[in-house]
Design a protein around this ligand. Structure first.
Ligand code: 13P
Length: 283
């Protein structure tokens, strides 16, 4: 099976060589005009980087790649804006969810073939808000993951414990096993894993970001389970949960953390560009 979607193997490797910044807009912003502002502000920043790199002839490309995951209602417009701006070479489009079936009548859902037709390359699978607030079981997540792969989309699979305690590792182990059940090593190798502890997500009561050291420990637990069960699979790992411009460098400096999944801070245009500035400054 070839590398999911429109990203060819080589292109995917180039993208993943850089830090991946995934903006999960969730159910924001409120209007298309605000979505446009975020994209234009980001575009202006990227253009300024380009001007700088041509001025000092360093040829210095960006140190990051971007994925925007807007609410479904804005996806087509966001795709157009990306295509017509400088973002075309910098940013990819992601969906926040996928239906559990490609064809069946499922009111309110959007199928994998529909996503692929819209030019979407990535899809978030098993976000904790769907798992815990909407009751999405591991079985449903597993089904969605298989359909994302079938439709050649790159899955960003969210894994994370609800509470940090002595059982956290065991919880992660079980969640990984159930989420990736019956997948081949080749398929598991096509997934990006986002370690996103539920307790660290900014909108949850008492949320605070994980520390890079502790996030790395959890990522290592996840990696161990994956490599034990699917020996040939190599994955890319993101961290998500209250990431902002003051803590992002701690995560991105870690070699084992290949990027970040950002919620709240990704719909605040100034804060988002500050995150990109930090990401760009990390070598
Ligand atoms: P916050 O960055 O707002 O904590 O959200 C994280 C998240 O859920 C991204 O998927």
């Amino acid at each position: 099976m070839k590398r999911p979607n429109c990203l060819e193997e080589q292109e995917f490797r180039i993208v993943m060589n850089k830090k991946l910044i995934v903006a999960n807009w969730k159910m924001l912003p409120q209007s298309l005009a605000e979505a446009q502002e975020i994209l234009e502000f980001t575009n202006d920043y990227l253009e300024s980087l380009n001007d700088l790199s041509s001025a000092d002839s360093s040829g210095g490309g960006r140190e990051f790649s971007l994925v925007f995951c807007p609410p479904f209602v804005f996806i087509e417009e966001v795709a157009k804006i990306i295509k017509m701006s400088h973002l075309e070479h910098e940013a990819f489009l992601g969906a926040q969810d996928i239906a559990t079936d490609d064809k069946r009548a499922l009111t309110g859902d959007i199928s994998g073939p529909m996503l692929a037709k819209l030019g979407i390359q990535y899809v978030i699978i098993g976000h904790s808000e769907r798992r815990w607030k909407l009751g999405e079981s591991d079985e449903v997540v597993n089904k969605k993951l298989k359909l994302a792969l079938k439709n050649e989309l790159i899955p960003i699979v969210c894994i994370g414990e609800k509470i940090k305690d002595k059982n956290s590792s065991k919880f992660l182990e079980e969640q990984v096993n159930k989420t990736f059940k019956d997948l081949t090593a080749d398929e598991v190798g096509k997934c990006i894993i986002a370690y996103e502890p539920v307790w660290a997500i900014s909108t949850n009561p008492g949320a605070k970001p994980d520390t890079p050291v502790s996030a790395l420990e959890s990522i290592s637990t996840i990696k161990k389970v994956l490599t034990n069960n699917w020996p040939l699979a190599t994955n890319h790992y993101l961290y998500g949960g209250s990431v902002n411009s003051s803590n992002v460098d701690g995560f991105l400096k870690e070699k084992e953390i290949n990027g970040i999944l950002v919620g709240g801070a990704s719909v605040n245009k100034e804060e988002f560009v500050k995150i990109l500035e930090m990401a760009h400054s990390i070598k």
